[in-house]
Design a protein around this ligand. Structure first.
Ligand SMILES: [Zn+2]
Length: 210
């Protein structure tokens, strides 16, 4: 986690600090090494939130697009189940930043738990994803906004996410010369919910960070 309680305040990990977990109240230690991003770890358990994944700089850069008090928000279900949302925006929607591969059942569980949410997926984790992603596109069917149909079966990344029932934004960072379209600013590509069912999946293009 990025934040833990230190004398009642939410603090980022720093050398020598001890804190308590905001979710379970257990003791946490600040991990401030050279190899992993600075974070808090539970002293005795691996983590109290089994959905939590080790954060990368990519996660932190995304979180930093939002105020600190929107980051790492504890979300509770009526059953008492608790998880930490990466970001919860003012409207109440949850943003989850996903770097690692997520099994479909886990993705569905998170979509059900948060209900109103979007995914932002790191498109640069696997080398071939970028090439496959752009190769799956057909000709643009709208120019304003720019919209492409896509053959979902041609891209492993799209196959992984095609049954999502919430919007998915793929982050490929800055444009590269081989991309189908190139932009001066980093661009996100949106996969509409339930694209596999819709029969004609397409990607409205978002030209600015969400
Ligand atoms: Zn905990």
């Amino acid at each position: 986690m990025r934040f833990a309680l230190v004398e009642g305040d939410s603090r980022e990990a720093a050398p020598g600090l001890a804190g308590t977990c905001r979710v379970c109240g257990d003791a946490t230690t600040a991990k401030c090494g050279q190899h992993r991003i600075w974070h808090w770890a539970h002293k005795c358990t691996r983590t109290c939130d089994t959905w939590w994944e080790a954060e990368t700089q990519w996660h932190r850069d995304w979180k930093d697009n939002f105020p600190k008090d929107w980051q790492e928000i504890i979300h509770s279900a009526p059953s008492g189940e608790k998880h930490v949302a990466d970001v919860k925006v003012g409207s109440g929607a949850t943003l989850e930043f996903q770097h690692s591969l997520l099994p479909e059942v886990e993705r569905q569980a998170r979509e059900q738990f948060y209900s109103k949410m979007i995914w932002v997926v790191d498109g640069q984790r696997r080398k071939r994803d970028r090439t496959q992603f752009f190769a799956s596109f057909g000709n643009a069917i709208h120019q304003q906004p720019l919209v492409f149909p896509a053959r979902l079966q041609d891209s492993a990344l799209l196959r992984d996410w095609k049954t999502s029932r919430v919007p998915v934004y793929f982050d490929f960072g800055r444009s590269e010369p081989s991309d189908l379209c190139r932009f001066s600013e980093p661009t996100l590509w949106r996969l509409n919910p339930n694209s596999a069912k819709a029969g004609r999946p397409f990607f409205p293009l978002s030209r600015s960070p969400i």
